[in-house]
Structures are given as C-alpha cells and as structure tokens.
Ligand binder design. Structure first.
Ligand code: THU
Ligand code: ZN
Length: 296
C-alpha cells in the first residue's frame, strides 16, 4: 500500500506532496486526516478546502481494488468534526458483481465506523451512480449534503437525486449515522464480542436484522464491520463489506484474515451468512463462524 500511496503523491503538486508525505508514510496512517491536518495541508498547498479535497482524490483512489474493471474511483467523506475520510471502490473476482463496494460507500462507511456524527460533503472523482445517490440519501445529512466533483460546480445530493425515495416513504424516521445501540447478551470470546458490538451499532430499521462482523488479522488485531441498510434495500452495505473496507483502508490485505465471525440476531428476517461466506471463499477460502444472539 505504501508504494501505491507514494505513486499517488506524484499526482499532487510538489508543495502538497511534501506536506502529505509525513502523514501518509507514517505507520499510523489510517486513510483519514484530522481538521488540524486538513488546515496544515491547505496552508502548505495554498489550495481552498474544496480544491484540496479534489487534489486528494488520487490518494483516495490508490486504495481501490479493481480486478474486474481496472477503473479506480476515490472518494472523500467530510465529517462535521472536520475530519476527512478516504474511500475507494473494491471489487471481488469470482463473487457476484452485486457484492462490489463503491468508493462513496467506502468513504461513508469509513466515517461511520469511526463514529463521525454527520457528514457535510462527499468529494468523488466520477459522477456518483444511482446506487450511490440512493445510498447517500439514507444519511442523517441527506438534505444538506454537498457533492464535489472535478470540473463541476458544487451541487447538493438532491440536485443529483430529485424526487428521492427514502426512509420516510417506509415510515422510518431513523437515518444512517444516527447513533444505534441495540442490546445483546455479552460474549466471553473477545472476537465474538467485537462482532456483537458492531451488530449493536448496525443500522437495520427496515428488517431489524442487526448484524456485525469481526475479522481477526494475523498481527493479533481485528477490524469490525456493521450492516448499513437502505430504504431501497439493494444499495444496503453488508457487514462483511463494511469490515473489508476498514481492513483495506488500514493497509491490510484480505490475506491477513485469520478468523472471521458474523453475529446476527436469532430468528432474523434475513441472513448475511451465505453471501458473506461466498465472498470469504472467493477471497481465499476463509471460513466464517456465525453466532446468533438474542436481543436483550
Ligand atoms: N464505481 C464507484 O465506485 N462509484 C460510482 O458511483 C460509480 C462506479 C465503481 C464500481 C465499480 O468498481 C467500477 O466503478 C465500475 O463501475
Ligand atoms: Zn456508485
């Protein structure tokens, strides 16, 4: 990943590349920039906030995994805290094409997994597809969200998605990024507990089929992922995709997985089990443990 990041710096101005290098090359870099770092980068590059977000898109796109299209999309989700979260598309060879993760979903999931309370804007290097527009319409900031694209004036999400179908059409007032705390029984196994914690923060207002994933990484460390449901159902982000985004953005390849645990609600209306197991098989034959938990 370091080589890809270094290559991406070649697409930045020398001033921006010099300011970025110490952050990006640090072992602690996790594909996001704090408000303070954004301000340092603005100062060093002389760019406006918007132009800086556009200039960072090659860096975001360098995280893309595209064995099918070789088409790299980068996105930056801008949090109300001032932190910027990078994201990129991720494709899975040998799995159904519907399992693909779009760059906008990656950046937004990244911010959500870091407990960012709200997004103000998303910057992306290609016009967001219909699926991403619908995914973004689930956000608690859908009414105000600004979309920045190279060579286009800033526009709101609803300029891109007029007459939107959303949570309210299904009688739901909850939105994505509203804090979720669903209670489940505690588990003694720490990895299973991590997946339970992810499930308890998952967003599934339509089916209540809360779910979470924990992926153990070979260095004795794990990443988690939460299910993010969508009013139009198909753009929902499954918990495994959420966890794989976090792995990729933290610089770990899927080959680092040593154990995978899915936690689902018992007697749920739907299950992530078979789709998640299929992706883990496609990624290299990892087996999936599934634990069902009863709501407390
Ligand atoms: N892609 C995105 O990441 N975002 C969009 O909104 C447009 C499409 C990705 C998905 C797939 O990996 C590749 O671009 C080709 O469609
Ligand atoms: Zn899309």
């Amino acid at each position: 990943m370091k080589t890809r990041l270094e290559d991406a710096l070649q697409h930045c101005s020398p001033q921006l590349a010099a300011a970025l290098r110490p952050y990006v090359m640090a072992d602690t870099f996790k594909a996001s920039f704090s408000a303070e770092e954004v301000s340092v980068l603005k100062h060093a590059s002389g760019l406006s906030t918007t132009d800086l977000s556009l200039a960072l898109l090659p860096l975001a796109a360098s995280y893309a995994i595209t064995p099918l299209s070789h088409f790299k999309v980068g996105a930056i989700a801008q949090g109300i805290s001032g932190r910027w979260y990078l994201g990129a598309n991720m494709e899975f060879a040998s799995a159904p094409i519907q399992q693909t993760i779009h760059a906008e979903q990656s950046a937004i999931n990244h911010a959500w997994m870091c407990n960012e309370p709200q997004l103000t804007a998303v910057t992306v290097n290609y016009t967001p597809c219909g699926h991403c527009r619908q995914f973004m319409n689930e956000l608690n900031s859908a009414q105000q969200l600004t979309i920045y694209l190279p060579g286009r004036p800033p526009q709101t999400l609803h300029d891109y998605l007029p007459n939107a179908f959303g949570p309210k059409d299904l009688g739901i007032t909850d939105t994505l990024f509203d804090p979720q705390t669903h209670a489940f029984a505690a588990q003694s196994d720490p990895l299973i507990q991590a997946a339970v914690d992810a499930a308890s923060q998952s967003y599934a207002p339509y089916t209540h089929a809360y779910s979470g994933i924990a992926l153990q990484i070979d260095n004795g460390y794990w990443v988690t992922g939460r299910y993010a449901e969508n009013a139009a159902f198909n753009p929902s982000l499954p918990p495994l995709q959420s966890a794989l985004i976090m792995m990729q953005l933290q610089g770990h390849s899927a080959s680092a997985i040593t154990r995978a645990v899915l936690v689902e609600v018992s007697d749920a209306a739907l299950s992530q089990q078979s789709a998640s197991a299929a992706i883990l098989t496609a990624l290299g034959g990892y087996s999936l443990e599934t634990v069902t938990v009863a709501p407390k």
